[in-house]
Structures are given as C-alpha cells and as structure tokens.
Design a protein. Sequence first.
Length: 504
Amino acid sequence: MDWLTLKSGSDVRGTAVGEDTVLTEEITKALGAAFVQKLCAEKHKSAEEICISLGRDSRISGPALLKATAEGIAAAGATAIDFGMCTTPAMFMSTITVGFETDGAIMITASHHPWNKNGMKFFTNKGGLEGKEVGGLLTQAQTLKMENLQGNGLIKKTPFLPVYMNQLADRIRKGLQTTSEKPLEGLQVAVDAGNGAGGFYTRLMEQLGASTKGSQFLDPDGYFPNHIPNPENPDAMKSIQKAVVESGADVGVIFDADCDRAAIVDGDGKAINRNCLIALISAILLEEEPGQTIVTDSVTSSGLADFICEHGGKHYRFKRGYRNVIDEAIRLNEEGERCPLAIETSGHAALRENHFLDDGMYLVTVLIIRAMQMKQQGKRLGSIIASLKEPAESAEIRLNITETDFRAAGEKVIELVTEYAKGNPDWHIAPDNREGIRISFDLEGQKDAAWFLLRLSVHDPVMPLNAESDISGGVQMVLQKLAEVIKDCQGIDLTPLRQAASLS
C-alpha cells in the first residue's frame, strides 16, 4: 500500500478497525519516529532533546494507536508525553504553554468521522502541518527502517486538560472583566459532547458557577452510540435543541469528537450553526473593532455577506478547507488587512486572538461570555443575529466524478459553465469567485435572489453543488438552468442534479 493514500488534506486518516484496516499501529509507530526526525532537522536538535506531546479522542482504536505512536517516538530517541484523552486544540496549546512547550504535538483523531476511522494531526508551535508536509512525513515514514532505530527515549504520562481548562477560564474572566471565582453564576449551559473528548467542558462551566442541567452524552464512548459527533449533523443538532428546551437552558453547546468544531443552540431552541454561527461571532468581533475583514469558506450565504457589511465589516469568501481559510486570513493580516476570524460553515473557527488556532471550544467560550452578558441584560444570545436574512430554500448535492483523472474532468465542467456564464447576461458570476464557479440570478424582479456554487471537492472525486434562493422555487429554477448547460458532460454522474431539478 502507498501510505500517501492516507493523506487527507493536512491530516492522516483511514479505517482503523475491522478487515479493511489501513491505519495500523505499524504505520502510526513509523510516523511518530519520522516526526522526530523532521523536528530534529528543523529545530537543529538531537533526538534526545526533542519532546512530543500526544493526545487522542474517544475512539476505540485511539489507545492502541497512541501507544504505538509513543513507542515510535521513543524508538527514535525522543521523549513522548502522553496526555491521554485530550482535544485537538489543546495539543497545539501544549507547544506554546509555559512549563510544557513541546517541540511538536500529535493528536490521534478522525474528527466527526465514523467510529471505525481514525487519524493523526501534527503540530509545531507554528501551527498545524501543511498538506505537503504531511505528505512528506508519510513518504519518509514508509521508507523508514524501524529495526535500525536504536533510540531509548522516554514515554511519560502527564495530564494537560486541567491546564487547557484554566486557559479557557482565564478567557472568560477576562471577557467579563472580573476576578470572581464564579463569573458564570446564574447561567445554565447544556453541553452535548457526543461521547467524544469534550465532556470535561461541563466541569469547567460548573467550576465557574454555571448550571449544566440538560447536558448529555458526556462520557467518552468510542462507538458514538447516541449520535454522530458532528455539529453539522441534523440529528445531532435536533438532540441538543431538544435538551436545551426541555431543561430550560440559556444556551446549548455541541462539539465534534476532538472539539475543533462546535455549534450552539439559543435558549429558545434555535440552532446557531453554519451561517448563523458565523454571523454571531462576526457581530461580536466587529462590535469590538468595526471595519475588519471576516474570512469564510465559499458556500456562505448572500444574507451573511449583507449582515457582515451592515455590522461594519467586510466579507471575504475563500476556498473550502479549514487550512485554506486560516492561511488566507493570516496572509491578509500580514499584508496589513485587519482580519480577526477565519471560519468555515462546518464550524471550524480560528480567531486571531487565539493564534489562529482551529478551536471550536475556544469559539464557544467567547460566545458563552456574550451569553452571560446578554442574560444580565434580559436578552437572548440569538437576538444579536435577529437581522440576519436566511434563505427561503437551500440545497446541497454531490455529483460523483467517474473519470480516473477526476480533477481534470471536474475542471472541464467548471470551465464549460464559466464560459457559458460569460456569454449570458442573465448569469452573474460572483465578483469574489475564488473557488469553482458561483453564479447568481435575478428572480421575480429581485436582484441576485438565487445562486449556485459548483466546485471540486478538496479531497474526493466529487463535485459538491450548493444552491440557495430567497424566493420559493428558486433553487429548482437555477438547478434546471445548470442541468441544461452541463447535460452532455461526460464522466460526471448528473443523476442527483436531474432529480433535484425534476428533469428526467
């Protein structure tokens, strides 16, 4: 097997349980050793001077894969610090936290993916490794002869979550401008950890004085028996919405398995995720400093762009992929454009104030601060985004690419649609089109009332197609227009598009 097939963007990921297992202990052990060698070269240190922190989420394959990774680090001569159950953001924080300041960190996780999957995320104190670096690490690990490694490194077990919890607690006290031991007294927060690694958030809330009545699925269970640990999953969101309403909580929070993504629920049971979540945190940050730029992925709604503009900001759409969004926000800041936030509709969010770290739990913590302030004013958190215009309809379709060279086939379709749009004045190419092709249409006398975005998947042989409309029936209309233009394209399964457009 070519180990490069395990590369998924900037992560390593694969099936880790069952007959189809591809992410094995042998592979993670070699990757641990290869990471040591990479750090030695970059930091000009001997292996004995290198220290790497390790953590995992609740997946059943996690303990064995973490153990193997630690053994690989030790075999290369370095020190492995086993944090046990942890979160992905906390792993990065261990590289910059005084008293730890490890040379690197590895998180064993597959995020929101099914229980039989697992993966690895790599960090230094500069942030997560880029996709090319991960590819190089996989190649290096596959050619590594482990039997030749004679290192005698150490493996230590040390808890880090208490330190990370204190960092979040400090942020809450700072945000509320208090030194009180119980700054959240009077607030009720329902936490849904999805049986992942985030159940400890209830302890943080309780220590700060909040009630956590209504919290659920806090105990780690690597089979995720109650619902998929994914803030985008409709069943998961309905579950926390129900818990908030039934318990009378002021706010509900839900995390994915490794807590780098999150969403919230208002006290009335309304889900605040996707565009609503982006609008909420954007409004808070723009209130603190108007005129800033908010970087999002490409599938955000027209209503969100208007909302950000109305709150004194600039909306900057970029490519899908959380690393893409983060890297673009960092680039803009380096060029002098004030940008406090990089966020995907999936719930991946990175704030400038938090090292542009992709940290759903930190995002939620900032929102908890505002929820407390709003309660003291007799208001709900969701009232901040009352003016956000949400679409009347939306749809997401995935068109499978059947050609072997799927990227070339997909690009050909995008080129065809782009050229058609250039020659048709009724097709408005988005001025901030930075990925695929985004087209808007005037309907019933309303300018840009509906749009679609057709793009290539970041990793898979798929063309995701998103469409929204402010007018009933608008999504079907724009999908019909698109279906007519690409009806003769080869190498693309257009069946889902034809069905959505009601074309036989």
